[in-house]
Design a protein around this ligand. Structure first.
Ligand code: NAD
Length: 468
């Protein structure tokens, strides 16, 4: 089982959930299958004049809703199986958080540490050009976003290339999300996945009966946390967990891990890494040279936020955490999943937990299509109503609010407030849905999340009248 491919593992999880539904076999196989995959190769002229051949992919898993949506990953392990697995997770993820997109994923097989910025730009522009040629990108077709190894800068290059070639001038901004704010991005997108991970874990920890079943108390205040991967998702998840009251006892990166049972300050660790090039030797912490050892440390919550396949049948029995929050995609293999469930570990699955990124990408896409910043029409109006209300309270009570309190309560919602509150609402609602299905079917949270997704995608197909 440990050697099943990533796609085979996702499909196993799908099958496990499908057994709890009553949909016809043909419909289930249509939902499961990947609709289209584009495998491209193109030359890259290196800065020294040498030529590399680059392998890249875009998989569109399900067209039951358009556009399809999913990040682009730059990593040396990228392959067709992985891209298809990640695209299928995107379909289920969008359904779980009620984002009206099909799933997709892109990948470029490249170790970005070995390439200059100019080379990465050439790769990104050429990749975009290939997507445009084959109609694998467009605001109503397929909308990429950042993933492992990519960020706002790559998204800006994608937009610029799309703008240069495409005749779509009005809605072109919506061809990609995760852009810099000055290029049509939405405030709050960069930290959205990590913030969503925090909202999801906080919600899971708020149920006293679920926590009691793990021997824990509700709330984050007394929880110890280990985070693997201090990139976009891991850094923000760790930061929000710390701000939410939890104690970060270990952080793991590819160069090693650091451990301090008294707690690590995430910002200070990041500053230390920036200054020294490594998280190791952080004052007051103990170094773990084998980074993966951090996964096996005693803690309440383990957050793998690096890559897939980190917890396997080899180390699952050594995991001491009572809760695993899957911030990365596919960090727990199917075989490890079975072992951990047997050990009564609560696994908050990736298909739900890291959906904050696509949720806020959806908000960005809406903003781009509507050509207006969220809050622009209502902020002043809301503020004047709030001010009038507070003045009225002051008159009635004869007391005055402190200026900071007045400011905090009266201010109208601006874009980042609306984005964060939309994200919070989404994560809380979706958790409620999967928790309810978990109880109803007597299954684990992952199976419940897949049942939820399968049912929603099935409804789309049934409404199209394709299946009887
Ligand atoms: P990133 O490139 O910003 O960060 C990943 C970090 O993990 C890097 O700092 C890297 O050095 C570290 N890392 C790699 N291998 C490691 C190992 N074996 N041990 C410890 N650290 C390791 O990538 P990201 O965007 O944060 O993505 C991380 C995961 O989250 C991926 O699985 C990705 O698919 C998933 N994800 C990302 C988003 C998003 O919005 N970026 C959304 C949903 C899911």
């Amino acid at each position: 089982m440990a050697h099943e491919s990533f796609l085979a593992q996702v499909d196993l999880m799908f099958e496990k959930a499908a057994a709890h539904t009553k949909h016809p076999v043909g419909l289930l196989s249509q939902i499961k299958i990947c609709n289209s995959v584009y495998h491209m190769t193109f030359p890259l002229k290196r800065d020294d004049g040498a030529i590399d051949t680059i392998q890249a992919y875009r998989a569109e898993h399900s067209h039951h809703k358009l556009p399809v949506k999913g990040g682009i990953r730059y990593a040396s392990a990228v392959n067709e199986d992985e891209v298809m697995a990640l695209a299928s997770l995107m379909t289920y993820k969008c359904a779980i958080v009620n984002v009206p997109f099909g799933g997709a994923k892109g990948g470029v097989k490249i170790d970005r540490r070995k390439y200059s910025e100019a080379e990465i730009e050439r790769v990104t522009r050429r990749y975009t050009y290939e997507l445009i040629r084959k109609n694998f990108i467009g605001p109503g077709v397929d909308v990429p976003a950042p993933d492992y190894g990519t960020g706002p800068r790559e998204m800006a290059w994608i937009l610029d290339t799309y703008n240069t070639i495409s005749s779509d001038t009005l809605d072109a901004l919506a061809c990609v999300t995760g852009k810099p704010v000055g290029q049509g991005g939405v405030r709050g997108r960069t930290e959205a996945t990590g913030r969503g991970v925090f909202f999801g874990i906080r919600e899971a920890c708020s149920y006293a009966d679920d926590m009691a079943a793990l021997g824990l108390r509700p709330g984050l205040g007394d929880k110890t946390v280990v985070v693997q991967g201090l990139g976009n998702v891991g850094y923000h998840a760790a930061k929000f967990m710390q701000e939410g009251g939890a104690t970060i006892v270990a952080l793991a990166e590819y160069e090693g891990a650091i451990h301090n049972p008294e707690g690590l300050d995430v910002e200070a660790v990041v500053a230390h890494r920036r200054a020294t090039g490594s998280i190791l030797d952080f004052p007051g912490a103990q170094n773990l040279e084998r980074s993966a050892d951090a996964l096996e440390l005693p803690c309440d919550i383990l957050i793998p936020a690096a890559l897939e396949g980190q917890i396997t049948s080899d180390n699952a029995l050594c995991i001491q955490a009572k809760i695993i929050g899957e911030a990365a995609n596919g960090p727990v293999t199917a075989a490890a999943d079975a072992i951990l469930l047997e050990k009564n570990v609560l696994i908050i699955p990736d298909v739900y937990l890291n959906a904050g990124g696509v949720t806020v990408s959806y908000f960005e896409w809406l903003r781009n299509l509507s050509h207006v910043r969220f809050g622009r029409m209502s902020r002043r109006f809301e503020q004047s109503i709030n001010e009038k209300l507070m003045r009225a309270v002051e008159q009635v009570t004869g007391k005055r609010f402190a200026p900071e309190m007045f400011e905090e309560v009266a201010h109208g919602a601006d874009e980042v407030d609306l984005v964060n509150s939309g994200l919070e609402e989404t994560m809380i609602d979706a958790y409620g849905e999967i928790r309810e299905l978990r109880k109803r079917h007597g299954v684990d949270l992952r199976t419940a999340a897949f049942i939820n997704a399968i049912d929603k995608v099935a409804v789309s197909y049934l409404e199209m009248g394709i299946f009887p």
